[in-house]
Design a binder for this molecule. Structure first.
Ligand code: C2E
Ligand code: CA
Ligand code: CA
Ligand code: CA
Length: 273
């Protein structure tokens, strides 16, 4: 009910909420002092609908909390953003992702970034430094930004995106359809890929839902954009997306987010769907 205070996990009373927020911030700060100890990156495979092959992975952050166990990012990203810890956290995510990805030379690696990171004019430069240090080809990296973040874009955000793309890094518009932009906006947006939000994929069994996804597929292809559907959970959704010509799919039907070692095993086994 408190909207943005999504990290208020244990109580609805204001007193408790403040304490919880402070506790979370303090614990997150502690975790970041030795990030490899408590933070984990999971990877969710993305598959080509045309070939059935795994073409990439999306890095998804987890916090292995000493008392609470594995915490999903929805519970702490907001606290990280509000406390200013998101930049340090985001740098760790990127470093970890490119390090893990060296074992998967043929995969594209997608990393989620917060608009707060993009607002920093030094962001693209720091991404470049991380890639250089790791000897990682910029063309294999894709940055995911939510539609809402992009629509609220300041000149700093636009500047960062331009610099990233000039470095050869791809940009994807995440959660497409959930923000306030109109479909026709797709044309003016400086991105390489659109990710159709799960809520649309879930609605393809209704006539209007199906028509909407088909319209997005048409717009993306007319504008030369790659298109990934996320949250694909059943065979009907998969068949529909394949029929209308979506490029790529991601979701529990195909594979859940998993530790890096499991991606390596999947690749060794010739993972395809
Ligand atoms: P997202 O970028 O939209 O990521 C997709 C989310 O949907 C992930 O949740 C994933 O586990 C989940 N998912 C994938 N397939 C399915 C499916 O078939 N059905 C359902 N119901 N869910 C599916 P997760 O890992 O909890 O991440 C939540 C959000 O946290 C992400 O949404 C992203 O916005 C944010 N996030 C994750 N990692 C990072 C990060 O490193 N940095 C930042 N800034 N944000 C992150
Ligand atoms: Ca994403
Ligand atoms: Ca998404
Ligand atoms: Ca999302």
């Amino acid at each position: 009910a408190e909207g943005r205070s999504r990290y208020v996990l244990f109580s609805s009373s204001m007193d408790e909420a403040v304490r919880t927020r402070e506790t979370m911030e303090r614990e997150l700060r502690q975790a970041l002092a030795d990030p490899d100890a408590q933070l984990r990156l999971y990877y969710q495979p993305v598959f080509s609908l045309r070939t059935g092959e795994m073409t990439g992975v999306e890095a998804l952050l987890r916090w292995q909390h000493p008392e609470s166990g594995l915490i999903a990012p929805g519970a702490f990203i907001c606290a990280a953003e509000e406390s200013g810890l998101i930049e340090v956290l985001g740098d760790w995510v990127l470093r970890r992702a490119v390090r893990d990805a060296r074992a998967w030379p043929d995969l594209r690696i997608a990393v989620n970034v917060s608009p707060i990171q993009l607002r920093n004019r030094k962001f693209a430069g720091s991404v470049r430094a991380i890639l250089t240090e790791a000897g990682f080809a910029p063309g294999r990296l894709e940055i995911e930004i939510t539609e809402t973040a992009l629509m609220a874009a300041s000149s700093e955000v636009a500047g960062s995106l331009k610099e990233l793309r000039a470095l050869g890094i791809a940009c994807a518009l995440d959660d497409f359809g959930t923000g306030y932009s109109s479909l026709s906006h797709i044309r003016d947006i400086a991105v390489d890929r659109v990710k159709i939000d799960r809520s649309f994929v879930q609605a393809v069994n209704t006539p209007s839902g199906a028509a909407l996804v088909e319209a997005i597929v048409g717009l993306a292809s007319a504008n030369g954009l790659h298109l990934t559907a996320e949250g694909v959970e059943d065979n009907e959704q998969y068949a529909f997306l394949s029929k209308v010509g979506c490029d790529e799919v991601q979701g529990y039907l195909l594979a859940r987010p998993m530790p890096a070692a499991q991606i390596t095993v999947m690749l060794e086994e010739g993972a395809s769907f």
